[in-house]
Design a protein around this ligand. Structure first.
Ligand code: MLT
Length: 403
């Protein structure tokens, strides 16, 4: 099909299979409509929808970025294009601090710096064949699915929003939101722990079952560890590479968005062991000052400041999880992850509850159905907020019980 109306070039028709749009734009559209119609409600509005950080950047990162910008202002220290895979100083700091210091043998040149793991989720499909059978958790971070739809690895959408050709791994309260490997063969498996949206974490034994499966089926695990900094339980692995054998069957995605508060700054990285694949990114990596800012998160002050940020958001998670329980709701997650996954009361659908919370409590949450069919009957509260807002949401949640 050619581009409609102006009839130039051919379209990637896979895009036409995409459903109502990426979940968060749909949430934003409903919130915008509500705010236009109800200015009073708009003034009271508290957003616990998209998991976007609210607190200022760690001062160590700010100082490092300022110094780097100054360097660019002098001929002697000016830099043009950086290395495509990222500057050596950042790649080696990551490999050392996040992996080798934890006895995981990752080499500096197995780290690929990017402007966030969302993009890498899409780019990684460029190097994988279109005949791969793909498995995703359900509920799922929509980017894993949508990038596969756009790359043509799926059939059309079904009525419930799922896609033909994708193997869905149900994550339910019965399996503590951690799926077991399927009985059948798949080639590529997306896993995310700590999980977005359920806040669940996987034990070493559960991850080892996935590594065994991958080895047995010659499958590739795409492990999203964007929230690893939120793990407080010392028994829970921070990386898939903590599991013996994973170096030959896994790729790991990490991000500075949720630990260093870089959602707007943009910086993440992918760990691609040489035994799995080689990769050269499509882009020229990330701005020099941003990479210096990311490096500074590993300094002694940076680490301390990141840990204070995590404590702040996890303090909110406790307030919100307790409030949901006090309101008589069944709540999961929020202990090793900044998301609370809550059962909707009285069989209300998740979009109905979204609309009701928007209208009556003036609180934005994310409806579980937007994350997949198994998300129906749940909603997600994000703990990324000021403490004041988290406490106010906790107060407002009380009235959900009485209404
Ligand atoms: C979310 O709310 O699920 C995340 O903020 C989305 C993202 O990290 O892209």
């Amino acid at each position: 099909m050619r581009y409609p109306e102006i009839n130039v070039a051919y379209l990637n028709e896979n895009y036409l299979k995409l459903q109502a749009g990426y979940l968060f734009p749909e949430v934003a559209r409903r919130v915008r409509e509500f705010c236009e119609a109800h200015p009073e409600g708009a003034r009271r509005l508290i957003r616990c929808g998209i998991g976007d950080v609210t607190e200022p950047l760690p001062p160590a990162a700010i100082e490092a970025m300022k110094r780097a910008v100054d360097e660019l202002g002098h001929r002697e220290s000016f830099r043009g294009y950086g290395p495509e895979q990222g500057y050596e100083f950042l790649r080696s700091t990551i490999a050392q601090r996040d992996y080798r210091d934890r006895n995981i043998q990752i080499a500096d040149d197995e780290i690929f710096i990017s402007d966030g793991s969302k993009n890498d989720c899409g780019y990684v499909l460029d190097i994988l064949g279109s005949q791969n059978k793909v498995a995703v958790p359900d509920p799922v971070y929509p980017v894993y699915v949508d990038t596969n739809v756009m790359a043509g690895l799926t059939g059309p959408a079904r009525k419930d929003g799922s896609y033909e050709g994708i193997y869905y791994l149900p994550c339910t309260a019965e399996n503590n939101f951690v799926p077991d490997p399927p009985k059948e063969h798949v080639d590529l498996v997306y896993l995310c722990f700590p999980n977005n949206p359920t806040g669940a974490v996987a034990s070493r034994a559960q991850l080892a079952r996935w590594v065994d499966y991958a080895q047995e089926h010659d499958a590739l695990l795409l492990f999203d560890a964007a929230y690893e900094a939120y793990i407080s339980d010392p028994e829970i692995p921070h990386s898939i590479f903590d599991i013996p054998g994973a170096l030959t069957c896994a790729i790991e995605l990490r991000s500075f968005s949720k630990n260093g508060g870089f959602t707007g700054v943009r910086c993440g990285f992918t760990v691609m062991p040489k035994s799995v694949l080689r990769w050269s990114t499509k882009s020229n990596s990330v701005a020099y000052p941003v990479q210096r800012g990311a490096e500074a998160l590993y300094s002694a002050e940076g680490r301390q400041q990141v840990s204070e940020l995590i404590d702040h958001y996890m303090g909110n998670a406790k307030v919100l999880r307790d409030a949901a329980a006090d309101a008589g709701l069944e709540a999961f997650g929020g202990v090793n992850a900044p998301y609370i996954w809550v059962k909707t009361p009285d069989g209300v659908t998740s979009w109905q509850l979204f609309d009701r919370m928007l209208r009556e409590l003036n609180v934005v949450i994310t409806p579980g159905a937007g994350f997949g069919a198994q998300g129906e009957g749940y909603f997600r509260i994000s703990a990324f907020n000021s403490r004041e807002n988290a406490e106010e949401v906790a107060r407002r949640l009380k009235s959900l019980r009485s209404s």
